[in-house]
Design a binder for this molecule. Structure first.
Ligand SMILES: Nc1nc2c(ncn2[C@@H]2O[C@H](COP(=O)(O)OP(=O)(O)OP(=O)(O)O)[C@@H](O)[C@H]2O)c(=O)[nH]1
Ligand SMILES: [Zn+2]
Length: 221
């Protein structure tokens, strides 16, 4: 593993934002079971707590290393493991519905990969069906899956877009995410009001009129 020291982090700054749409995952990432990972992270997080000076014999703190490890593996970062990817059943577009379908206000609960702090907000997604349509809830499930990894918002938007385009067999998909980053609001610059919007699209959404149709719909609900 490449070691990066404090000075390099300062110099690299924002340039370390990954250029790939894939989450950087080690080849042997899933050789251990979830339970083995929980056991190891429990030990390591206990060490961090002790290093901070906390007494793990305290009743309230003693269970924290285990709770933390379970939360990381089973909840916040369950989306790292491809075995947890939702099955996205698609079916034939029997109704020949060929207008825009918008699924909006999809909850985003994610974590920033630079600080491991929450990213919270909403995704709005639209597509124009060709031969395939997807169960509505599957769009929400796909968003939830990719959100539950350490993320940058740009990559999250792209991963969702790319999968939907693939599954739906069309480029005509648009993904908008507006979210607050706790690493911006609760530490560092501590800006409580700003939020971040990303927009990824393909196919007919390259036309401003189609994009505007989508943006108008989002605005009116
Ligand atoms: N582009 C992008 N940047 C992000 C995202 N989440 C966090 N960041 C930024 O990643 C940057 C990391 O910069 P660094 O200078 O290495 O970290 P830092 O010293 O903690 O930065 P400050 O937050 O400015 O204190 C910060 O500007 C964060 O706001 C994201 O989803 N997308
Ligand atoms: Zn951050």
């Amino acid at each position: 593993m490449r070691k990066i020291d404090k000075e390099t982090v300062e110099i690299v700054g924002d340039n370390h934002i990954s250029t790939s749409v894939e989450t950087p995952i080690l080849k042997n990432a899933f050789e251990k079971s979830d339970d083995q990972k929980i056991e190891r992270i429990q030990h390591l997080f206990g060490e961090i707590m002790k290093e901070l000076g906390l007494d793990l014999n305290d009743d309230s703190l003693s269970g924290t290393p285990y709770r933390f490890a379970k939360m990381y593996v089973k909840e916040l970062f369950y989306g790292l493991n491809p075995k947890n990817k939702p099955r996205l059943s698609v079916f034939e577009n029997k109704y020949r519905y060929q207008k825009m379908l918008v699924e909006q206000n999809i909850t985003i609960d994610s974590s920033c990969e630079h600080h491991f702090l929450p990213i919270t907000g909403h995704a709005h997604i639209a597509y124009i069906p060709k031969n395939k349509v997807i169960g509505l809830s599957k769009i929400n499930r796909l968003v939830d899956y990719y959100a539950h990894r350490p993320q940058v918002q740009e990559r999250l938007s792209l991963q969702i877009l790319r999968d939907l385009q693939h599954i739906l067999e069309t480029d005509d998909v648009i993904v908008m995410i507006s979210a607050k980053h706790l690493c911006v609001s609760s530490r560092g610059i501590k800006d409580k009001d700003s939020f971040t919007t990303t927009l990824e699209y393909g196919g007919c959404f390259n036309q401003a009129t189609k994009r505007n149709e989508f943006l108008k719909l989002i605005d009116h609900v």
